[in-house]
Design a binder for this molecule. Sequence first.
Ligand code: F3S
Length: 396
Amino acid sequence: MFLNRNQELMLKGEFGPAVQKAMELLVALGDAIGAEKLIPIKSVHISGISYSTIGDAGLSFVEDFASLGARATVLSTINPAGMDLIRWREMGVKEDFHSKQLRIINSFKRMNIKTTCTCTPYLVGNKPERGSHVSWAESSAVVYGNSILNIKTNRESGPSTIASAITGLTPLAGYHLDENRKPSVYVKLIGVKVASNLIASILGYLIGREMNRGIPAIIGLNVKNLSILKSLSAGLATSGGLAMFTLIEEKGNVQDAPTMKIDYNDINHLLMDYPLIEKPDLIFFGCPHLSLPEITYIVNLLRGRRLKKGMEMWLFTSRHVYSECLRRGYVEVVYNAGGKFICDTCPVVMPTYLIKGRKFITNSSKAAFYLSSKHEASVSLLDIKTCIKEFTERKI
Ligand code: F3S
């Protein structure tokens, strides 16, 4: 791979050991994926933050970089951690987990990386201009970034994003090249109305499962609602290796591409994999983390109502969005209905002992997939409106 003079000096250690280590990682990655050179990027989003996911090996990796004096040179944010950084004790997080999770977070702080702890970086200020090259991990954010924000990123890993944060560079390959951003399969929807996050999330999951790679062009899906597009992105990234989709009005310049058809039976089949379980006890919304409009919708449905006996509700969002919810009085409404907000984390990346034996209802195919496969939890899929109608009652 070609390196310019400055990059060669970085690789030789002229800019310090952290930059050298980061360059070694990026050059190895670039060579492996056939990149011709490294290019500058505008932002980074790092995944693999929860101690529950990365363990002691990941903790050492991050601490070693911080000890070498690594500093982010571009705007860099991080994915959810394994606990709410403030209310961890109330959640039941054990001391040992807390101290190791804090060491991870503090290492990122030392590296000048914003400890946003959310999978929706674009809702907390990491939203580069259209056309920008970036280095993002977190598959749902990658799909949303490439498809909706029109930024350019591959599906990066935790280590490669840390290296990119330090150097401000990424290998020029994959989705950074315009020729790799063309649709390869049409998706024709037959009688499928994408009117909720649940349906969007399932649709994404089905397309991702069917294709695994390439770029789907979904025909006639005229959706502008960002929450729905966020759910579609997350679903699509869950079941395959996709990193991008596109919405088109009709078959255009992909005339020769094959067509995949999806109808309501397909949606129902997936729903049947997650039927309503007996005596569910925990409603979970916020995979990906809830946006303010989504929370407004939930809060309006909850006003004057409370959860039925034996049922809990957890709403997951970024601390940034949570502050606005506090200001608007939303936190009080949710609390009065018997629910609670949890920030900085999500059930998928929490330690299993926090959710063992719980019976979830969620509206996210990504959450359903990982909760059942990673934590062996029982999960039902239901949309927000039906869920609140079924499991809350009017206050007297
Ligand atoms: Fe975000 Fe956790 Fe879902 S990181 S996308 S809420 S699995």
